[in-house]
Write a protein that binds this ligand. Sequence first.
Ligand code: SF4
Ligand code: SF3
Length: 550
Amino acid sequence: MSMFCYQCEQTAKGTGCTVQGVCGKDPVTAATQDLLIYSLKGLATVAHRLRALGHRDRHVDVFTVESLFTTLTNVNFDPAAIEQRVRRAVEFRNKLHQEYLDACAQAGTKPQELTGPAAWQPSADIQDDVKQIIQSPWVQKRIEEQGPDVTGLQELLTYGLKGLAAYADHAQILGQQDDSVYDFVYEALDFLATNPTDIDQLLSMNLKCGEVNLTVMALLDDANTGTYGQPEPTQVRITAKKGKAILVSGHDLKDLAMVLEQTKDKNINVYTHGEMLPANAYPGLKKYPHLIGNYGSAWQNQRTEFDAFPGAILMTTNCIQRPQESYKNRIFTSGVVGWPNVEHLNHGNFAPLVQAALDAPGFEADEPEKTITIGFGHNAVMSVADKVIAAVKSGDIKHFFLVGGCDGAKPGRNYYTEFAKLVPNDCVILTLACGKYRFNKLEYGNIDGIPRLLDIGQCNDAYSAIQIAVALAKAFNTDVNSLPLSMILSWFEQKAVVILLTLLHLGIKNIRIGPSLPAFVAPPILKVLVEKFNLMPITTPQEDLKAILG
Ligand code: SF4
Ligand code: SF3
């Protein structure tokens, strides 16, 4: 075995990637990521204690959150960039440690002696540490030594933190931060640094992660809507127009805004891809006439779609895949994303992207116009709440299905297409995240003028879905679990993990999850989740619909 990673849904054989990641992650990158997580635990151990003495450091906070995000599936495959973060984590830890000693001296208290990751010193050449991990991967070692249940719960928390960090980073980029969020990130990493084995404690820390993530999602909602306005129902073109072209993928709205600004008088058309589709519904982004619409579909189709795209491509966040030679020179990364030898654009300077678009041929002709409707965030749905409530009361709407989450390459994900097709005509489908590409170009019609498919937005907009559910519950004087609403979720990476933790923290029951269960949730832990929350794996669309609608 040269690596061990089981953090995402496509993990090899449903148990763990041990030779090479299915995502393309190699053993060196995997081991360097393990080292980064370890060094962040050390940094957090010190930061957590220092914060208790009233000392905070925003620079370190942002670094910690960005570093966690870096290790999320399909974000950064560049071991050199990750190694640099390991060094900086140790530097920051040492700096904070000195501040901790000074603060203790000032307060007249005895500093705690720090051990484990907080005392770890990297080898002169970090590659020596990396080689050791490759010989004996740490997560695998913990599974062998303390069992899959405890290790799985520790990793569930680690992955929850990665997801939370991704959302916190997005919010922070647009100026929304909260000390309580950083406090929790350090508290949880410090907790993990002690190698906790108590199942109840681990479960409750996981639910706390879900709770804090709700705060993060609210911050992100404020950040997005405060900067670009409330998304509004919008017809988005999904076919190309003649001309030079740039494709922006991932989740980072600010990067897209900067690209739009820097191309506005360049005669270049800008398209969204994957999770960037919902950007077309924001007033502050759709005001640019050269934001043409969306091109392509979800992340796992990018190697074909980017190959066919006759322009330049920007990958702002997950999910990047190994670029093909055919477009390696016209794809760029930004933010925490990285791929060896792919040009990384820093500090909002997208000039190389613009130049690559001008050098590429562009689309030769307009494709026939086709559109889909998006933009049903909580504000838009709430504005027609009276209509929705009346339709439910009159029996015109019988049930709501939230069919949302990640997409991926597994054939089992056809379930979601089939499910959406089979949903009866008197039911409404709410959707979000990239899994919607499985069914968002089908015709659904409407009920009393309410579209039967309501696209809430990115996975980053899960807060909107929660707000809509809570508002419906309030309108019907009941709780979310008693609504005619079923959640059918698809997961792939760690952002979906933390959203699930948030839903569980909110006490939401009867969630169906697929296409397969996480490898890191061992059977005894699954049993607890089933007993407490009636969490269910998906079966077949027919059976699940029958079970829900009777
Ligand atoms: Fe495997 Fe997923 Fe880990 Fe990649 S991120 S190595 S595919 S488990
Ligand atoms: Fe998709 Fe990667 Fe998760 Fe934002 S882009 S949902 S998988």
